[in-house]
Design a binder for this molecule. Structure first.
Ligand code: AP5
Length: 216
């Protein structure tokens, strides 16, 4: 299965991708995670993209599509994947169509997660991440057993771009650059809409239904 999870920042894509990949043995490919890892390692890519992530701007299309092209050529992507946060512009969507066609494959489905802006902000601002096992928490909706500490024992961190100001900038970029992809994939008849407003389990059930399977 080759899937794209599309939607505004903080809507819950990463949370659902992790669940789906664990359940079905798919590979999670998150451009945001790849960029953040490159920044931590201070690699040439990390140095190039840091200012974009800090400001909530998109990384240039050519650079991002090149990173995804290389990632999709790796062996673990051959058995199926979920793209999380890519594509985000029409140019990236065209690049993805080209990459997938070159591999002799096709995208099976694009899941579009919808949520009102005030709730998006609430989710972004309350998010905490584990730097060790990458688990995603929310201070209210998905709290760890002990405040500030991942269930694996590591201290939780807040992403630098999860401030109200940067989150608003990311939502604005999303509206301008990414929303046109909804029509792009609707035209190709592979888009399913997901109401991201319910609990994590409720959203997982919709994901399963959209993919035509019964379980979570
Ligand atoms: P990226 O890392 O992709 O961020 P994003 O799209 O802004 O998405 P998020 O990771 O913020 O949110 P999410 O939808 O995964 O939500 P999550 O599951 O964590 O991108 C970061 C930056 O990298 C960009 O700004 C850009 O600079 C760059 N970049 C990345 N890709 C790029 C590209 N293709 N082109 C150019 N630049 C690119 O959940 C959020 C919170 O909600 C959590 O606290 C979670 O616990 C909680 N939650 C989840 N589901 C629920 C629920 N159902 N109910 C209650 N709470 C919930």
């Amino acid at each position: 299965m080759r899937l794209v999870f599309l939607g505004p920042p903080g809507v819950g894509k990463g949370t659902q991708v992790r669940r789906l990949c664990q359940a079905y043995g798919l590979t999670q490919i998150s451009t945001g995670d790849m960029f953040r890892m490159a920044i931590v390692k201070e690699s040439p890519l990390g140095i190039q993209v840091k200012s974009c992530l800090d400001a909530g701007r998109l990384v240039p299309d050519d650079l991002t599509s090149g990173v995804v092209r290389e990632r999709l050529a790796e062996s673990d992507a051959r058995g199926g994947y979920v793209l999380d946060g890519f594509p985000r512009t029409l140019a990236q969507a065209d690049a993805l169509a080209e990459i997938v066609a070159e591999q002799g494959e096709k995208l099976d489905r694009v899941l579009y997660f919808e949520l009102s802006e005030d709730r998006i902000l609430e989710r972004v601002i309350g998010r905490r991440n584990c730097p060790n096992c990458q688990r995603i928490y929310h201070t209210v909706y998905q709290p760890p057993k002990n405040e500030g500490v991942c269930d694996c024992g590591a201290t939780l961190v807040q992403r630098k771009d999860d401030t109200p100001e940067t989150a608003k900038a990311r939502i604005e970029v999303y509206r301008r650059e990414t929303v046109p992809l909804v029509g792009y994939y609707e035209k190709r008849e592979i888009l399913s809409r997901i109401d991201a407003g319910g609990s994590v389990d409720f959203v997982s059930d919709q994901v399963s239904q959209a993919l035509g399977s019964g379980g979570r």
